[in-house]
Design a protein around this ligand. Sequence first.
Ligand code: TRP
Ligand code: SF4
Length: 418
Amino acid sequence: MEYVVNPWAGKQEFDIERLYTEFGIEPADKLKDILQEPPYFFRRGIVVGHRDYEPIAQAIRDNKEFHVMTGFMPSGHPHLGHLMVMKEVVWHVEKGGNGYITIADREAHAVRNISWEKCKEYGKEYLLCLYALGFTGKTYNQSTNAMLNALTFEASTKINFSELQAIYGFSQETQVAHAMSVITQVADILYPQVDLTPAPTLVPVGLDQDPHIRLTRGVAHKLRMFTVEDRKDHISIRSKNAPTNVMDELWKQFRGSKKYEGHIDIPGGDLKNVKEIVRRIELSAGGYGFVTPSATYHRFMPGLQGGKMSSSIPESTIGFFENEPSIKKKVLASLTGGKPTLEEQKREGGNPDSCCVYLLNLFHMISDDNELGELREQCESGTLTCGQCKKETYQRTIEFLLDFREKMDEVKHLPEEK
Ligand code: TRP
Ligand code: SF4
């Protein structure tokens, strides 16, 4: 059966194997080896897949320009389920990336029917969290960014209904605004390259967002004037919609090259170098010169009752502003990977990998790898009871939140200034 990933479905299990084999997402297990100091979300298998992460790793290693961009739909208050992607963005900004955050108010309005007023209010809360984590860079709302909307229109010249139907399962009944919000996201992802300069762009997202990434990578390619291909004994530059005078100019750049109808062949030469020259000429001729965007895909931290952490399931979700008694109650009542009786637990141990308490620690509450390893060991050997474990996890969570709130308080002026 055909496998369609729906970014707007509430609850989803991902068939990661099919995402690898059918959609070309690459497994992320090697990412920790290509960075000097891999962050914990690579070390601990939280990021499970990627597309084209190598150019990002290379930019980090060589201190070259790159962007990191992601977005948040302001359909409710931010909660712990949003923290992972925020940390991924901030880590890449600290490594030298130009940070961009979009508040997807168009999407929230079109798909979730959220009023513009509410979008603003929630949007600011997301930004507050990001600033508290140390984010620096640009932020905007989709609905009020004129340059973004011009780019959205341009992107829409390369997308037709049957493509939207194939990727998202859209039908005759689908609202046009829904389709427009999708194309707005395409523009979001390309925006840093228009706002600043063409460069590798990382989009850290959850697995559910891959359809948007696929669509955007296609559009980025279609909006180029040229494609450059390595044909082993020569490099071929093909014109897609380049004006003839730009073709001529390009031809002059490469001594010994041959110009044909619609393409130029260069005997030998360095592919990377040729790509850069082509990009520069395309830019100066008014083209975009996009670098195809990259993505990392993290898996979702489960809610406290299993399933998804989502504001529509309060008993599963920990809000950033929630009070202590309420959080305590939820954490102590959460679904564990423990055995039904204490005796069994002592004899056989628990199963941390299917325990949302363990995963809460793995995702956010224990930063030290050894300490996390110890927790796993104690759980599996049955020396730790779930009751004790939940109490300790609650303590860590509250400590984290109190500290986080203090940080939010220190930066509370920042979202207003934007
Ligand atoms: N669709 C995303 C979500 O539901 C939000 C979003 C909008 C986004 N634009 C983006 C994510 C650009 C990454 C990049 O959360
Ligand atoms: Fe989960 Fe902790 Fe129980 Fe292990 S001991 S199953 S980690 S709650």
